[in-house]
Design a binder for this molecule. Structure first.
Ligand code: PRP
Ligand code: URA
Length: 209
């Protein structure tokens, strides 16, 4: 399947990306803009969700509307994925939230897994939205996806703000069933594993470290 949706051609997306990328953007503004961009990515990523018809009564007539067919799970990859959760809960207030904790070893660039709090997804129909602003080598995303699959997840969307081509390739090589939604596919990874042009370290900028 291997499907990636890049949203940068939308003027609101590129406008907010410019603010997020700038080294002059402080943490407070970074948080606001990360949330706004996350909302835009989430709207795109929820477009293909299945719905069912629900009957209801307006003050005027009996009618029906399409409502979400399955539970939605937001799964931020700690730490930086927390930057995208509030936008998700604003759009889908009854979403559930699970957690995966990973950090990259700065020398090997390999992910270290330190935490998870996930349900048994196989018990009911659900959609998993894996949230991480940065997809660099793809190591963290692949490790997180593998964990979700170990817990029975079958319908996984990966939502990012900035993705490197290298990371997209790695995710599709290991998990071709996952679909990716990203504000921007950037140019390349540098020798230190940072996305270029990128925005630097997303977690440090979001948390003001
Ligand atoms: C960042 C980012 C991703 C990962 C991407 O997290 O939020 O999880 O790097 O890199 P990769 O695609 O090469 O694996 P980091 O490891 O810096 O941890 P943090 O969220 O705690 O800052
Ligand atoms: N993680 C980040 O936060 N930024 C990058 O550019 C790469 C990985």
């Amino acid at each position: 399947m291997s499907q990636v949706t890049e949203l940068k051609s939308h003027p609101l997306v590129s406008h907010n990306l410019a603010i997020l990328r700038s080294k002059d953007t402080d943490s407070q503004r970074f948080r606001e803009v990360a949330k706004r961009l996350s909302s835009l990515v989430l709207v795109s990523a929820t477009e293909s969700l299945n719905t069912v018809e629900q009957e209801l009564e307006t003050p005027l007539i009996r009618t029906s509307e399409q409502v979400l067919a399955a539970d939605i799970w937001l799964i931020p990859v700690l730490r930086a994925g927390l930057a995208m959760v509030e936008a998700g809960l604003d759009l889908v207030p009854d979403a559930h939230v699970g957690f995966v904790g990973l950090f990259r070893n700065e020398e090997t660039l390999l992910p270290n897994h330190y935490y998870k709090n996930l349900p048994d997804f196989s018990k009911s129909a659900n959609n998993c939205f894996l949230l991480d602003p940065m997809l660099a080598t793809g190591g963290s995303a692949c490790a997180a996806i593998a964990l979700l699959k170990d817990h029975g997840a079958t319908d996984i969307r990966l939502l990012t703000l900035i993705s490197a081509p290298e990371g997209i390739k790695e995710v599709f090589a290991k998990h071709s069933d996952v679909v990716i939604f990203t504000a921007s596919v950037d140019e390349y990874l540098n020798d230190l594993g940072y996305i270029v042009p990128g925005l630097g370290d997303a977690g440090d900028r979001f948390f003001g470290i």
